[in-house]
Design a protein around this ligand. Structure first.
Ligand SMILES: [Zn+2]
Ligand SMILES: [Zn+2]
Length: 322
């Protein structure tokens, strides 16, 4: 573990870097949404921030060993591109599948517009949308950890042993769809307008890369409100007591409400990963959760044959003792 303290300048930069990237990303999104091709320009902006974070990780990493290759970079990119949707892949810059879904699905739900406070300033509507969407994200994420039939899909995200900007989008597509459904459907039903979806998509995109980045940043009071790298490192901890916490994707509000907020006063964990085993190749990773054998590997359980043999031996020795 190497967390150099390069003096006052290092401290200042480590305090300013996270808010600067977040504010820079949102400012770029603001201009992109006014442009002729909003999603295209949003992606240009997003990729620029990702590249800048990638460069910064080399200069001031939180964990030096996480800079080494783990053989998963191709898979990380492939899952990211698949998750962000074919529209974005065609643009070769994929980032915002939820935005594309909202653009297509929204007109189907316009009959319910009356529930939504259209008269509020867009900023306030976006905050309200974020809080509502976050409840769906929280429930989906918590269920994915506490329900083994869902964990088999979410485990792919947790199978990495280093965090860096590139594994932000490493999700099984079933896991991603589940989260999108739970977070977006309430907003459709309430009749939230398209700009609210776009802003939620923008915040989620930038918080996402900024929670997974390997940057030695100080986020201080932001840890009470937003999902930060510090909080999310605890969430990736190999220890269940630390990992089954901090489910918030953007806001930590619902973690605070439901008692899963975790931020002890010590450096957050660098021992991350899962006890089970995830397949090596991209296609194998996609297929693994769908078979009983694959699910057992993910859960770190002995194959059924071995378990049957073990229980047969236990039963035999019990009957011999009797
Ligand atoms: Zn998780
Ligand atoms: Zn994560």
């Amino acid at each position: 573990m190497a967390r150099p303290n390069g003096g006052r300048l290092y401290t200042i930069v480590s305090c300013l870097l996270w808010p600067a990237f977040f504010a820079g990303g949102l400012a770029g999104a603001y201009f992109a949404f006014q442009a002729h091709w909003p999603l295209f320009w949003f992606n240009v902006n997003y990729l620029s921030i990702v590249i800048l974070i990638g460069i910064s990780e080399r200069i001031m990493p939180y964990e030096q060993t996480w800079l080494s290759h783990d053989g998963e970079t191709f898979n990380d990119f492939a899952h990211t591109l698949l998750n962000k949707g074919t529209v974005q892949i065609a643009a070769a810059i994929g980032t915002s599948f939820p935005m594309a879904v909202a653009t297509v699905a929204l007109p189907l739900f316009t009959a319910h517009r009356s529930f939504w406070p259209d008269q509020w300033p867009l900023f306030a509507q976006a905050i309200l949308g974020l809080i509502i969407a976050e409840l769906g994200l929280y429930v989906a994420h918590r269920l994915a950890h506490e329900n083994l039939s869902l964990w088999r899909f979410h485990a792919l995200h947790h199978s990495v042993e280093r965090l860096w900007v590139v594994n932000t989008g490493r999700f099984h597509f079933v896991d991603s769809l589940f989260k999108i459904v739970l977070s977006q459907i309430p907003l459709y039903l309430l009749g939230a307008p398209l700009p609210v979806f776009l802003w939620i998509g923008a915040v989620t995109a930038f918080i996402g890369v900024l929670t997974h980045c390997n940057l030695n940043v100080r986020t201080g009071p932001l840890d009470w409100i937003l999902s930060t790298p510090r909080l999310h490192r605890w969430h990736h901890s190999r220890l269940l007591a630390e990992g089954n916490t901090n489910y918030g994707e953007n806001l930590v509000l619902w973690d605070q409400v439901f008692g899963t907020y975790f931020n002890p006063p010590r450096p957050s964990s660098v021992d991350i990963g899962i006890s089970g085993r995830v397949a090596k190749g991209f296609l194998a990773q996609l297929a693994q959760p769908f078979s009983a054998k694959g699910a057992r590997q993910i859960l770190g359980r002995a194959p059924k044959r071995v378990k049957d043999e073990a229980s047969r031996i236990a039963e035999t020795s019990e009957s011999e003792q009797a």
